[in-house]
Design a protein around this ligand. Sequence first.
Ligand code: PEP
Length: 259
Amino acid sequence: DTTRTPLMAGNWKMNINHVEAVHLVQKLSWTLQDKKHDFERVEVAVLPPFTDLRSVQTLVDGDRMKIVYGAQDISVHDEGAYTGEISAAMLSKLGCSYVLAGHSERRQYHNEDDATVNAKATKALAAGITPIVCVGEGLEVRKEGRQVEHTLAQVDGALAGLKPDDARKVVIAYEPVWAIGTGEVATPEDAQEVCAAIRGRLEETISPAVADSVRILYGGSVKMASAGGIMSQPDVDGCLVGGASLKVDEFAGICRYLD
Ligand code: PEP
């Protein structure tokens, strides 16, 4: 569907120092500008650590960059005695367009379950921030051939109770855990199988119109060399990129997969 604008989102995780962060955003913006990148054709987002967001905001505003940005996590609470948490309102003040919800590393190391992911997505939407809901199976589930049912259950849980008008704004990232940070990228066909199943589920449980407008990304060891093949699949609307998003030329190359 040509009405879904592809999104390339770079998840920096807990990497690089503050000066490197500023530098990376500037270089990425300049590199894409040099190539006359049409940001309305392929949207480009970076997801730095919380501590970089204010500076990224200043850069993007000050230089009228067309890159957008967001955070890697969000609190399920609005405010109060939640030491260490960052609220939706705080992210909104920092100009965040996006926030990850339920990245596999959060699920694995911080015990985030589908109900938590649902609460985070709901808080983000209420603040006008687009949640990028991460789903995907681990290696055992893949070996058993249960990747579709496993991932669809996560999608159901993450979107439970959302009004269609909210659900249509959500971005879903299919990230098979065995492909994250391992260098083992899923084949375009593997990505398409699960992304198509996700869209089918949205059609069934919400509506065809919502299924048609939700962007579904693939994530897991995407590099410049693999982006084109993955993006050629009809139900893949972008990539969530970890490691390769820290290298300007690689990430710019992924954003320029149409070249
Ligand atoms: C991720 O963290 O979302 C990710 C896909 O990482 P990588 O690209 O490094 O596999």
